[in-house]
Design a protein around this ligand. Structure first.
Ligand code: ZN
Length: 355
């Protein structure tokens, strides 16, 4: 018992160091706690997408193939966060978490009360499909990197001494001064397509890389249109292989035009379901099609920006309108990304990365 306690303490103390010391060492399965079968259910889990659904996950595309409370949050140093309660005090925020074992495995992140005036330069790439099956439409062609192309890109990153890191590592570096490896880079995947598991994951493993996957929670295990999405066991395998899970809302609606109650549900229910089914913190969100930051007005943007921290998120991933690898620590919910397009040759890929 004493030895067990000692091991737990040792892990808690060393967890941040472990996270930053070597991104190629993946966490072992024992560090990931499975959620029970009684996860919350999301309405319309098998239903067709709503009318507001936007962008690349629309059904008309064709393809062959603390304290969680942030904003007013307390400052928490790495290593101490694991002792924090995983309970939101906001009455409309996330519910109390049931798995305290998870808290000891992977700490929840906290934004500091005062956001520092700091800029961190880390490219965050945005992928969608990885597949060697020919895309049937121009839209999907643009969203699909071939298996060989993806392998060539990861090979390029390795040859040029990039190190793939997780968003939580970027967060800890930005807000708590944690070290990052040289030439850090984040790989993100939007939508949770089945090929992320069948094609991207084996290639990531081959190159000892990690990535973050933004999941549309109601699409998990389903086929919407002709797109198939990863199942819960497959997502679990991503987690046990050291990958990071983010929210891409419940059903990929335009957050700039949905009613307020829907907006709240999109933020709340997606995160809750992912956390409960996968047993890991989910604190980053990718705005579907980058909205409302592409076509929404200022009021719509402010509505989203004011709500995301209330539901336990500590970072928001953009999809345009600009491309940058510089992230302002005072704007955690506007993390810029660099889109990787289908058909992009390695020269274009290299050119999209900061010098
Ligand atoms: Zn998307």
């Amino acid at each position: 018992m004493g030895r067990c306690l000692l091991l737990i303490v040792a892990f808690v103390v060393s967890a941040p160091v472990y996270l930053f010391s070597n991104s190629t060492h993946l966490p072992s399965e024992k560090h990931v706690q499975a959620a029970g079968p009684d996860a919350v259910r999301v309405a319309s889990n098998n239903s067709a997408p709503a009318n507001h659904m936007v962008g690349h996950a629309s059904t008309n595309q064709t393809r062959s193939s603390r304290d969680i409370v942030v904003g007013q949050g307390q400052f928490a140093r790495p290593g101490k966060q694991v002792l924090a309660h995983m309970v939101a005090s906001h009455s409309d925020g996330p519910p109390r978490h049931s798995s305290h074992k998870t808290a000891r495995k992977q700490p929840f992140l906290n934004l500091p009360a005062v956001l520092p005036n700091r800029v961190l330069n880390v490219p965050i790439l945005m992928y969608h499909h990885v597949s060697s099956i020919a895309a049937a439409t121009a839209l999907n062609y643009g969203l699909t990197v071939t298996d060989a192309g993806f392998a060539a890109q990861l090979s390029y990153l390795a040859q040029h001494h990039y190190h793939t890191v997780l968003l939580r590592q970027v967060f800890e570096a930005m807000y708590h001064g944690a070290p990052l490896p040289s030439h850090p880079i984040v790989l993100t995947f939007d939508d949770g397509y089945l090929d992320n598991y069948t094609d991207a994951l084996p290639i990531l493993r081959r190159y000892h890389d990690v990535a973050e996957f933004n999941i549309i929670s109601a699409f998990v295990g389903n086929t919407v249109g002709i797109n198939s999405y990863m199942t819960w066991p497959q997502l679990k395998t991503l987690v046990t292989n050291g990958m990071e899970i983010g929210s891409h809302t419940v059903d990929h609606q335009d957050l700039g035009i949905v009613p307020l109650t829907t907006l709240r549900a999109e933020l709340r229910d997606s995160r809750n379901l992912l956390q409960q089914r996968l047993g890991v913190p989910v604190q980053f969100i990718a705005y579907p099609s980058g909205e409302p930051f592409r076509h929404g007005d200022v009021a719509a943007e402010q509505r989203v920006l004011s709500l995301v921290p209330m539901y336990g998120y500590v970072g928001g991933l953009m999809d345009g309108p600009i491309t940058s690898s510089s992230h302002d620590a005072r704007m955690p919910f506007k993390l810029w990304r660099i889109r990787v397009s289908g058909g992009e040759n390695i020269a274009a890929y290299a050119a999209s990365l900061p010098a």
